[in-house]
Design a protein around this ligand. Structure first.
Ligand SMILES: NC(=O)c1ccc[n+]([C@@H]2O[C@H](COP(=O)([O-])OP(=O)(O)OC[C@H]3O[C@@H](n4cnc5c(N)ncnc54)[C@H](O)[C@@H]3O)[C@@H](O)[C@H]2O)c1
Length: 246
């Protein structure tokens, strides 16, 4: 059993919640960070069999002070943060319930999208890396998206943010972290069945990913087995990218 600690943003739902549950089963201390306090409380209840190894923290990834607070709380309780998985995110137009042409959607919607999807990950990287440097070890996983490779007229800030995470941010954090034994890798999924609607997105293999398939990849990359993987991005998209970019 591991006594390592994993912190997951967006931890009350979807990929992060399943990953957190799998890490708990493997004996990790698990810190689930999310803006949705009600959902976090339900998750805490549903994971009660893991007792004190589950810590839930209500925090907004778009606020740097929340990232610092979450880091400090996690370190106070568990002493280290060995793995950070930045999952909080989503398309701004979907989350703000807006549609239409790019130029007709309020600019604030795009600020929201960049704050959540790009700055949110950088804020947590920044806060948590300071701790990982002290430990002289750590792994940071970003969640990109096929949308970051394809672009999307319906979610420009989401596409831009994911693209940045998949390339500039992940590479830069890997470069900054290398002297301190800190790796950074991005996992960019195609459609994942965290929502039923994702089943409608086309892939070369004709289906969306089961959430467990993405979690398995994250856990492999973050583990010692993935020690040689650094500063790069894995597209796990059922072949969607080659389907549309022949
Ligand atoms: N599901 C997919 O098909 C898919 C595909 C590609 C990429 N991704 C990416 O994977 C990640 C996880 O996706 P998912 O489907 O599991 O997401 P999800 O919608 O199930 O969960 C996202 C969580 O983030 C939380 N959150 C939202 N805003 C927040 C904030 N400001 N601060 C803290 N928490 C906040 C939400 O409350 C929610 O619990 C996202 O970054 C997403 O863009 C998902």
């Amino acid at each position: 059993m591991s006594t390592k600690t994993v912190m997951l943003t967006g931890g009350a739902s979807g990929i992060a919640l399943l990953a957190g549950t799998c890490y708990a089963k493997e004996g990790y201390n698990v810190v689930l960070v999310d803006i949705n306090e009600d959902a976090l409380n339900k998750v805490k209840e549903s994971l009660s069999e893991y007792g004190d190894r589950i810590l839930v923290i209500r925090a907004d990834v778009t606020k740097y002070e929340d990232a610092v607070m979450a880091r400090d709380k996690a370190v106070e309780v568990f002493s280290t943060i060995d793995i950070l998985i930045c999952c909080a995110g989503g398309a701004e137009t979907r989350l703000c319930n807006q549609g239409g042409n790019f130029w007709e959607i309020p600019i604030e919607t795009y600020d929201f999208g960049i704050d959540l999807n790009l700055k949110g990950a950088i804020y947590f990287d920044h806060a948590v890396m300071a701790q990982m440097v002290k430990q002289n070890s750590g792994v940071i996983i970003h969640l990109g998206s096929i949308t970051g490779a394809e672009g999307s007229s319906a979610a420009v800030a989401y596409a831009a943010s994911k693209s940045a995470l998949m390339h500039g941010v992940t590479k830069s954090i890997a470069l900054a972290g290398a002297p301190y034994n800190i790796r950074c890798v991005c996992i960019a999924p195609g459609p994942v069945l965290t929502r039923d609607a994702m089943a409608n997105m086309k892939t070369l293999i004709g289906r969306a990913a089961d959430t467990q398939e993405i979690v398995d990849l994250i856990m492999y990359v973050a583990s010692e087995k993935g020690a040689f993987i650094n500063g790069t991005c894995f597209l796990a998209d059922g072949g969607r990218y080659v389907m549309y970019n022949k």
